[in-house]
Design a protein around this ligand. Sequence first.
Ligand code: XMP
Ligand code: MG
Length: 189
Amino acid sequence: MNNDIERVLYSEADIAAAAQRIGAQLAQDYAGKTPILLSVLKGAILWTVDVMRAMDEYAEIEFIDVSSYHGGVESAGTITLRTDLTTDVKGRDIIILEDIVDTGRTLKYMVELLEQRGAASIKVASLLDKKEGRVVDIDVDYIGFDVPNEFVVGYGLDYKDLYRNLPYVGILKPAVYTAEDSATLNGQD
Ligand code: XMP
Ligand code: MG
């Protein structure tokens, strides 16, 4: 698996430091509030466990699975709710944990859903922020790293559902991609 990686962007140590930094910041910002840490499946699972362990404050953990179907080179942006969270968010403080925010469509969908349900506050802590990819106007509150406009894998992020278990984030060798995919690399969830 390692041999498929052309370049490591963020090492295991880089990521651990980012999780510590953001976990400590969240503990400070949410002191006495008991927020819900809402982890976005599947990509944010590693980020979630590392951030939550670094957050010394009462918090609940929930999961949501939203899939974005991107058609062609330009992302189509249809979002489907695959797995809903199991808790009533009315009046609750929500921290969405994401692996990457790219176009921002997935995040916007989730924020609107939580707003409709009456969440008291909604913030986002994302391992990666790909600002160049942004199509909708939405910001990330807690950012691990600002990532360049490249397709990345590892530490939860996948290509064809593989590479999530790499402990670091990197760029795949071009030879790994199928010809059709290299034209449309966008929006694996
Ligand atoms: P947006 O912000 O475009 O993000 O709604 C939708 C989902 O696309 C995935 N994504 C990536 N996945 N490497 C990946 O493995 C990437 O470089 C990448 N960029 C976007 C991600 O799952 C996000 O939730
Ligand atoms: Mg995702």
